[in-house]
Design a protein around this ligand. Structure first.
Ligand code: SF4
Length: 222
């Protein structure tokens, strides 16, 4: 196991995970069960991670995403899968808030449930699956990001091609939508397949002037 000061972009994700497990025994993993999340889950489990895998159910996930979660639950019984739900009043739930105010929709359905959970658990570090080539907004993601909770990003330098190769080699149960062009998968009202030449997250909030849900951005970062 190497220390962070010796890491380079070529450092393998396993090295980063091993360090995180030792330096932060209360490490907590969040996941949306997309390609990156599934690869990280497998790498973490093989490195000895035995903690929680926290997923936020906004109420708008594709059935394939929920099925992928359930398949992973079966495949990794040593992990503790936690599903958080957005508790929204019925009168707001039915108003297609994702059309009128997607920022607020994400804030109440995605950010708030996770913020509240993390405030309660207060882990010193979070294991996160973002990588640089997912989008311009993620082009400077590094292995470690300081914050209220240190964010550990073992896949920061892995390309999509490398992630796919790993998933195929390890026969991982990747969300089937991924192989149909949904390179980044969020809620169904706000996700479309990516077109040739677009970045992996171009299908998220397309034409809505929005690129991130707010979980991992600037001052809103958890
Ligand atoms: S991705 Fe869309 S539907 Fe999901 S919480 Fe955000 S705005 Fe709402």
């Amino acid at each position: 196991m190497t220390e962070p000061q010796r890491w380079t972009p070529e450092t393998e994700p396993q090295e980063v995970i091993w360090w995180a497990l030792k330096a932060h025994p209360d490490l907590l993993m969040t996941s949306a069960f997309n390609l990156n999340g599934t690869v990280l889950l497998d790498l973490a489990a093989k490195a000895g991670y035995l903690g929680e895998v926290v997923f936020v159910d906004t109420g708008y996930h594709f059935p394939q995403t929920l099925q992928t979660r359930d398949t992973l639950i079966q495949g990794y019984p040593q992990l503790n899968f936690v599903t958080l739900s957005a508790h929204q009043p019925e009168e707001i739930w039915g108003q297609e808030q994702y059309r009128s105010d997607p920022d607020d929709c994400c804030a109440v359905r995605k950010v708030a449930p996770l913020q509240n959970y993390l405030a309660e658990k207060s882990p010193s570090a979070l294991l996160n699956a973002r990588s640089r080539d997912q989008a311009q907004t993620r082009s400077e993601v590094g292995f470690l990001e300081p914050g209220k909770h240190l964010r550990v990003n073992p896949l920061a330098y892995w390309t999509r091609q490398r992630l796919e190769a790993y998933a195929i080699a390890e026969n991982l149960p990747v969300n089937p939508l991924y192989w149909s062009g949904f390179l980044s998968i969020g809620c169904w009202p706000c996700t479309r397949a990516v077109r040739p030449g677009e970045n992996a997250r171009a299908g998220r909030w397309a034409d809505q002037g929005k690129t991130e849900c707010g979980l991992w951005v600037g001052e809103k970062a958890l």
